[in-house]
Write a protein that binds this ligand. Structure first.
Ligand code: FPP
Length: 242
């Protein structure tokens, strides 16, 4: 059996490029090839949910050419791969703040979601202009607006209610979060959703991450006992948390 949801922090593109005396953008381009390989593999083994951290709300602070490269890669990914994703029964979802993005990018993201909405295989979640704190702040503002409008009361606020206002409202929490490049932190990724996730920190940089590494992380996930704060894991406990 597979984990239901794997999320990946695709880190180390810059270091991969620097080690080869290449510009950082070459690392992102190489990382794009790894992304394609892993998405293809995840779909082929029947994974239900795969989330990829493609651009964080903090990444705008990077040099303009690097930001432009990442925006171009997103456009390229949707232009070049959308047809194949659709044919492979992949459903695309996008999380993150859209109001900061240029109109042409928002249109592309909406197109990717709309064209694949009927698909029932892998759910590919692209986290773009995503930051967990920003997501939580946006959710709290929506809750406050609904309280002001009289739609809900303060006492209605529960774990489940807050969850339902997040970008990930319709997405199960990640079972396994993989981060490449040896760094061991979440970097503002799925902070609320990762409450009971398992972590796999892989030493290689993202462009070198392979299907073998992906399978090893899954195998390692199975060696762990997940207790969700209880004494022993059962499917009932997992079900009650979802
Ligand atoms: C982190 O490496 C990676 C990113 C900020 C971007 C990840 C993007 C891709 C894998 C390709 C683009 C794909 C889409 C869909 C836009 P880093 O640059 O922080 O590496 P470093 O820590 O070595 O500097």
């Amino acid at each position: 059996m597979l984990p239901c949801h794997i999320a990946i922090i695709m880190d180390g593109n810059g270091r991969w490029a620097c080690a080869r005396k290449l510009p950082r953008v070459a690392g992102h381009r190489a990382g794009m090839e790894t992304l394609r390989t892993i998405v293809h593999h995840a779909a082929s083994i029947g994974l239900k949910w795969l989330t990829l951290y493609a651009f964080s709300s903090e990444n705008w602070a990077r040099p303009v050419d690097e930001v432009q490269c990442l925006l171009s890669l997103l456009k390229l990914f949707i232009h070049d791969d959308l047809f194949e994703l659709r044919e492979n029964n992949v459903r695309v979802h996008v999380i993150g703040k859209r109001s900061d993005l240029a109109k042409d990018i928002v249109v592309l993201l909406e197109k990717a979601e709309k064209l694949t909405t009927e698909n029932t295989g892998l759910n590919l979640v692209v986290a773009f202009n995503y930051g967990s704190r920003d997501e939580i702040v946006r959710a709290v503002r929506k809750i406050a607006a609904d309280i002001t409008a009289g739609k809900i009361r303060g006492n209605d606020i529960t774990n489940n209610l807050l969850t339902s206002y997040l970008d990930t409202a319709h997405i199960p929490d990640p079972d396994l979060i993989i981060r490449t490049s040896g760094e061991m932190r979440l970097s503002n990724f799925l902070l609320w959703q990762a409450a009971y996730s398992e972590f796999s920190f892989v030493p290689c940089c993202w462009p070198d991450f392979s299907v073998v590494d992906f399978e090893a992380a899954i195998a390692n996930f199975y060696a762990r006992e997940r207790r969700f704060g209880n004494l022993k894991y059962t499917d009932d406990i997992r079900g009650s948390l979802l």
